[in-house]
Design a protein around this ligand. Sequence first.
Ligand code: SF4
Ligand code: SF4
Ligand code: FES
Length: 498
Amino acid sequence: MESITITIKRNGILKKYNVPNNITVLEALNYINSNYGENIQYRASCKSGQCGSCAMTINNEPKLACKTKVETNMIVGPLEGFNVIDDLVIDRSPFYKKIQSIRNYIQYDEDEINIDDLNITPNDLKKFKKVRNCIDCLCCLSKCPAKNFSEYPGPTFIRQLARFAFDPRDEIEREKEAYFENLYNCTTCGKCVEVCPKEIDIVHNAIERLRELSFKKGYYINNHLVVRENILKGNRSITKDKMPLLEDKSIKEEYIVEEEKMRLAFFTGCLIDYRLQEVGKSAIRVLNAHGISIIIPKNQVCCGSPLLRTGQRDVAEKLKKHNLKLFNKLDVDGVVTLCAGCGSTLKNDYKEREFNVMDITQVLDKIGPLKYKPLDVKVTYHDPCHLRRGQGVYREPRNILKKIPKLKYVEMEIPDQCCGAGGGVRSGKPKISMAIGMRKARMIHNADVDYVITVCPFCEYHIKDSLDKFLNENMENKRKNLKNIEVMNIVSLLDRVI
Ligand code: SF4
Ligand code: SF4
Ligand code: FES
């Protein structure tokens, strides 16, 4: 039988073993213990993805060993983010202790509540079914930035509270409990959804729904009300500090090219309209240079993302209605976005849309590159959570960057690790947001680049602030060899090479 080499991390020491190909990691561990006379410690029970006990870190990602096939040069270690008892066995007791601290059962007073009177509908059942299938593997805890950088109990804990909150039989104010368990520390990065073997969408089906309930009951973060007020006043999540892109008389409603390959409507989002007008102008030039005509509906409004992520669906619905009416009637091949958050919201929350939504990198990658001018710089790319996990877009920006002659592209250590800005955490919990951002800043400095490129204005601002803080702190610590690394939207870079 063909064999391959895998590495097992045992109490910090890496050791290689040859194992048969086409078996699971769990079978490989059994094989190693039987054939190498080893005694590697690990947990497993059902061998069929049902008990959750065999979760490990496999090639840097949390996975079930019984559901993952071995691959050449695979590295298997204990689940990250926990104390290791021995080899691949982690200490799960803090999680169990925490989950016991809530009343981990449906609580109702039989004398007060008659179940038959509750009139539980199939819709009610649907809601809590979506968050019920957890097998306690703890994969989601392993990579959660909010858990790793704050007093946040972790995604599955919040999921469990949501399960009870949505159950009409439960009489405890679970949304209040969730609020005091730091419900608003979650950046909605989606990592927990990506790694969950049971495909539970904790972000949309637990966190955002719980935030809606908690907001209605008055448990919210005061700074999130500022966004609400801005939107109620002017349909934008931020204040107007300078001439907005869409009010600028020099910006036309149409930019039509002669040999048109595609015609798109430009959804600017709040930050491009109110803060980053030059990025918006670069986008128009870059799209036109690629043979794409642009239509710019001037009375578009905020997509509603900052409200949806913070439980304020009521106002978000009004924005959605307005944008749908405006964009549904346009005769275009699609709507192009330049902000990961807007793109993800239009794609995932605008269920009634009659138009395609494309991130600008999807458009440019699909159309094919121009003959770009050479640019002798070294860059890395930060994956915005709402682009990589929210829209599945991560190859496209890399493809584009690698086509610029002379540009040297390097990956940072974990390019898709959250920068800390999303989910209302930058405005609502700035210290936590910055702690997560500093980890990103360290990775970017370690990549030793001239620019860090991204496709999200929120990430852009937050990474810039994190890099500035990182630089200042390290200067104070006399590490003077660090350089100033600029954060740049991909279109600003492309504007220099078209
Ligand atoms: S979305 Fe990200 S921050 Fe929020 S619970 Fe999931 S992993 Fe943690
Ligand atoms: S929510 Fe998913 S990833 Fe998290 S513990 Fe449950 S099954 Fe595992
Ligand atoms: S052994 Fe039960 S989930 Fe893997």
